[in-house]
Design a protein around this ligand. Structure first.
Ligand SMILES: O=C(CO)[C@@H](O)[C@H](O)CF
Length: 533
């Protein structure tokens, strides 16, 4: 076996909502380097909050594409200063927040192909985008375009049967339609549209990278069975849209060698391969090596619940994406917009901005919280489509507030009751042997995971890398080198570290939460009634 300092390395990048992260892994699947750039604090000139700009209408949410470009400059410089040996990188892959879109202006392809290694990417690409404020997944301003797409496809369920989802405001097809309608001059100047994932791959490739099947499933444009763009959907958004998107490719595709820009500026090897980037949630599924029967809960800016599907079962709720690790398989996903930002707000207001006090409140309050239940939709929620904070006492009477400790438990129980309720509606059943795999920033908090275990009445496991999206991207970089010869993803990563058991349910958890789930479902209906226009 090659000595550790000479063994090949594989990089996995994650262009997520609040930060750019990277994991370096050796050929024995050991993580040897991690690094990150926090958008708000490391790039204050872009004046983002949580990595985004929420516009005055409170519905439009964007991120500056040049912030992502500059973050890559900064991250690679940090790695170089830390003495990272880029020449050992045999392949790299990555992921990006899903659904976000990047609009390249006419001529950008030329610039990408001729990047000058003596300048930063930010300098070189500052005039390469026709839209500087990229729509991102938190946007909910494209309802009009969603209605038009659903009508063109023959209704919500028909659209879900074709693309895996009914029309969702954050989905890229509807965002493109909105840009075309509201910013026609910028749209006219656009020569390519990328997802955040394929935009990031394009930077490394030195040319436009294909959208992969898995992240492409989050656009309301890809036929998830044929894995081609749906002509009906493309036509409904913009004539000849396929010319702007390029052809989608399998997630395990080798897109080409890394651009000479990175060879000359950072010392990458000319033989380093770029493997298709994908969405952050598909990459997390890869990082957790999710198998049929498991359920994954990613606790990040958004919370997502996802599971392996052998066959697509599109529904009016939730999403079905092409699997990022097996061509003919699928993954189901539910997205809950009010995730870590809401947990941080309640921590600040009810636990003195201290996670330790937040955890103590969970330890000091009983399962079921004495019958108090809360719904915390600080911003327009995706699942279910409701907004506002709604608190109920044990008699189902709406109240204005809880004591700080009760509020902390009410938030965490309420979030996990919602995750379980909607997962079970999607057809998932918590059976003996169910494993809950937790990832994302909040998965490092044991008390939060204890509540997750109690509500799901199942053991909770985590990886020792809270960022499974990066890890999954490094795994996919390794797998990409042998995928064409038929090697299976799971075979390639079979020796990866096993998830660690971190919480098991209390004996009384099943009784408490089976009953509480029924109450939660009834109260959610009341909240939805109030949220409907
Ligand atoms: O919209 C989502 C999934 O559909 C979010 O989880 C984003 O991927 C977060 F970046």
């Amino acid at each position: 076996m090659a000595a550790a300092q000479d063994s090949s390395l594989f990089l996995g990048f994650d262009f997520s909502t609040q930060q750019l992260k990277v994991v370096a892994m050796d050929e024995n699947l050991n993580v040897v380097h991690q690094n990150n750039v926090q958008f708000d604090s490391d790039l204050p000139e872009f004046r983002t909050q949580g990595g985004v700009h929420i516009h005055a209408d409170r519905l439009t949410v964007t991120s500056p594409v040049l912030m992502w470009v500059k973050a890559l400059d900064m991250l690679l410089d940090k790695m170089k200063e830390a003495g990272f040996d880029f020449s050992r990188v045999k392949a790299l892959s990555g992921c990006g927040q899903q659904h976000g879109s990047v609009f390249w202006t006419r001529g950008a392809s030329e610039t990408l192909t001729n990047l000058q290694p003596d300048q930063s990417l930010e300098t070189l690409l500052q005039d390469s985008f026709s839209v500087l404020a990229s729509p991102v997944w938190m946007d909910s301003s494209s309802r009009k375009q969603c209605d038009a797409l659903q009508e063109a496809a023959g209704g919500a369920l028909r659209l879900a049967q074709i693309t895996g989802s009914t029309a969702y405001e954050r989905f890229t097809g509807n965002q493109i339609a909105k840009i075309r309608a509201t910013r026609p001059e910028e749209f006219q100047k656009t020569e390519r549209i990328s997802l955040v994932s394929s935009f990031a791959a394009s930077l490394f490739l030195g040319g436009y990278a294909a959208i992969d099947y898995s992240d492409g499933s989050g656009m309301n444009l890809l036929d998830i069975r044929s894995r081609n763009w749906s002509q009906i959907c493309l036509e409904a958004v913009s004539p000849q849209l396929d010319l702007l998107l390029g052809d989608p490719k399998p997630s395990s595709s080798i897109l080409g060698p890394v651009s000479s820009y990175f060879v000359k500026r950072y010392g990458f090897s000319e033989s380093c391969r770029v493997v298709a980037f994908t969405g952050d949630n598909p990459a997390s599924l890869a990082g957790m090596r999710l198998q049929q029967g498991d359920i994954a809960v990613s606790l990040g800016t958004s919370d997502t619940v996802f599971l392996w599907l052998a066959a697509p079962r599109p529904a009016l709720q939730g999403h079905v994406f092409c699997s990022p690790v097996r061509e003919q398989a699928f993954m189901a996903l539910l997205c809950f917009k009010n995730g870590s930002l809401t947990r941080e707000r309640v921590r600040n207001q009810c636990a003195g901005a201290s996670w330790e006090l937040f955890s103590a409140a969970l330890r000091d309050t009983p399962l079921g919280n004495g019958g108090n239940i809360g719904f915390y939709f600080d911003s327009q929620e995706i699942t279910p489509p409701a907004v506002g904070v709604h608190l109920f006492d044990p008699q189902d009477v709406q109240v204005c507030s809880f004591s700080p400790q009760v509020e902390v438990r009410s938030l965490v129980e309420g979030q996990f009751l919602s995750r379980r309720l909607h997962a079970e509606r999607l057809g998932y059943s918590i059976i003996p042997g169910t494993r809950v795999l937790a990832t994302g920033g909040a998965s490092s908090n044991k008390e939060i995971l204890q509540v997750l275990s109690d509500v799901f009445n199942a053991p909770v496991f985590t990886l020792d890398v809270s960022n499974s999206a990066c890890l999954g991207s490094a795994y996919r970089a390794l797998h990409g080198l042998s995928a064409e010869s038929g090697a299976s993803f799971f075979e390639v990563v079979k020796n990866a570290p096993e998830p660690q058991l971190v919480a098991t349910p209390h004996p009384e958890a099943k009784e408490v939460y089976d009953q509480m789930l029924q109450r939660y479902a009834r109260l959610e209906e009341r909240v939805l009634q109030k949220s409907r226009p």
